[in-house]
Design a protein around this ligand. Structure first.
Ligand code: CP3
Length: 364
């Protein structure tokens, strides 16, 4: 069955296909949203955003809520994601981190010794970063009646630690891995503090109205399974346990995590994010039963001719199997992506019948 397309399918009978899919329940369409759906690929983002650090822009809840809403209006996606950044909590407690245009988070005095733990005191959301909950509140108010839930998020301990230790984006994570192995006690303390910051931040976002959360461990794929299991997973697991009473779906995402998917599934989240390197049917085998999957169109393919994109979308849908699948890219939207292509992807995903995908045996 093919239906006419459009954002109305985000809401059917007051239910959210996104929340239902996260919980492995039947859906009448496969839900779709995009990591980095707000941001530089959108002309309305560039118009509203102005110049200056994202960390300053976020201090205006009206602006941050508007940037949260822009992709919902334009694409008709099934979920909004809070416009914020993974380094907001560490910045808010005064660690000393900034965002450099065209580069990302940078730290003037990287984390090196036990003395640096003093720069990572507990977060008091209402005093340190009141604008986050205010943004959530404004966005949720605007989403009311649309049936589109808001996803809150935080950076996972390892990925945030990598910025603090490296001092900025990294390819090798050499300083991070060196600290992890040369001073395991300090490494554990660092990850524990970052886990506490993530828990506090996620809890306040849910209290303010977020309906689901995603934990971004974007760079966990740099680790061997052994290092991940022993030196990272315990802190990540603690984050998911620390919000389990809130009963919102929890998504656990990383890039290049093909060899870690089974371990990541053990961290406690309902949904495991998968990048484009592992087909979803194979990812399902690695993750095991009882989890939904999110992914996994290659963001670079969004720059290809539409026929190519459409073929790949159908392949991802077929391998996803229609149930327990949240359609997404394997990582964030690339800045040079044509918004019109993303709109067509949403319409194509919404037009597919989950029941048919279920019986297609993942053959395309
Ligand atoms: O990309 C991911 O893996 C998602 C997790 C993540 C976020 N921020 C979440 C986010 C990571 C790893 C970061 C760090 C970061 N912060 C980077 C990447 C640097 C690197 O190592 O490659 C950058 C460039 C920033 C700063 C930043 N964050 C900017 C300039 C913006 C504005 C929008 C844009 O893309 O230019 C953000 C927004 C942001 N960071 C969002 C999220 C979930 C909100 C946008 C959305 O998802 O719609």
């Amino acid at each position: 069955m093919t239906r006419s397309s459009g954002s109305v399918f985000a809401v059917q009978d007051g239910r959210s296909a996104f929340l239902d899919a996260c919980r492995g329940q039947d859906v009448d369409h496969v839900p779709v949203w995009f990591m980095r759906q707000a941001g530089r690929s959108l002309p309305e983002y560039r118009a509203a955003r102005g110049t200056g650090s994202i960390l300053d822009a976020l201090k205006s809840p009206e602006l941050a809520a508007e940037l949260t809403m822009q992709p919902v209006r334009r694409y008709g996606v099934d979920a909004a994601i809070l416009f914020s950044d993974i380094i907001v909590p560490v910045a808010a407690v005064g660690f000393g981190v900034d965002v450099e245009a065209g580069r990302g988070p940078v730290v003037a005095r990287p984390f090196r010794s036990a003395a640096d733990l003093q720069r990572l005191r507990p977060l008091d959301p209402s005093a340190d970063a009141p604008y986050v909950a205010e943004t959530v509140g404004l966005a949720v108010r605007e989403l009311q009646g649309t049936g589109v839930p808001l996803i809150g998020f935080a950076g996972a301990p390892f990925t945030v630690a990598s910025y603090l230790v490296e001092g900025g984006p990294s390819r090798s994570y050499a300083a991070t891995k060196t600290l992890m192995r040369s001073d395991p006690g300090l490494w554990r303390e660092l990850l524990d503090r970052l886990a506490d910051l993530a828990i506090t931040s996620l809890r306040s976002q849910v209290m303010a109205g977020a309906s689901a959360v995603q934990l971004f461990d974007s760079w966990a794929g740099a680790l061997s399974p052994g290092d991940y299991a022993e030196r990272v997973l315990p802190a990540t697991r603690r984050v998911f346990e620390g919000i389990s009473d809130l009963e919102v779906p929890r998504i656990h995402f990383g890039v290049g995590t093909g060899e870690l998917l089974g371990l990541m599934a053990a961290a406690g989240a309902e949904v495991v994010g998968v990048d484009w390197r592992v087909p979803l049917d194979e990812a399902r085998r690695r993750v095991g039963p009882g989890h939904a999957l999110q992914g996994n169109l290659d963001p670079a393919l969004c720059l290809a001719p539409w026929q190519v994109v459409a073929g790949e979308v159908m392949e991802v849908l077929a391998r996803g199997g229609g149930v327990g699948h949240v359609f997404n890219l394997g990582h964030g939207v690339l800045p040079q992506t044509d918004p019109e292509i993303l709109k067509r992807i949403v319409d194509l995903v919404h037009a597919a019948d989950p029941a048919e995908l279920c019986s297609s045996e993942a053959i395309v």
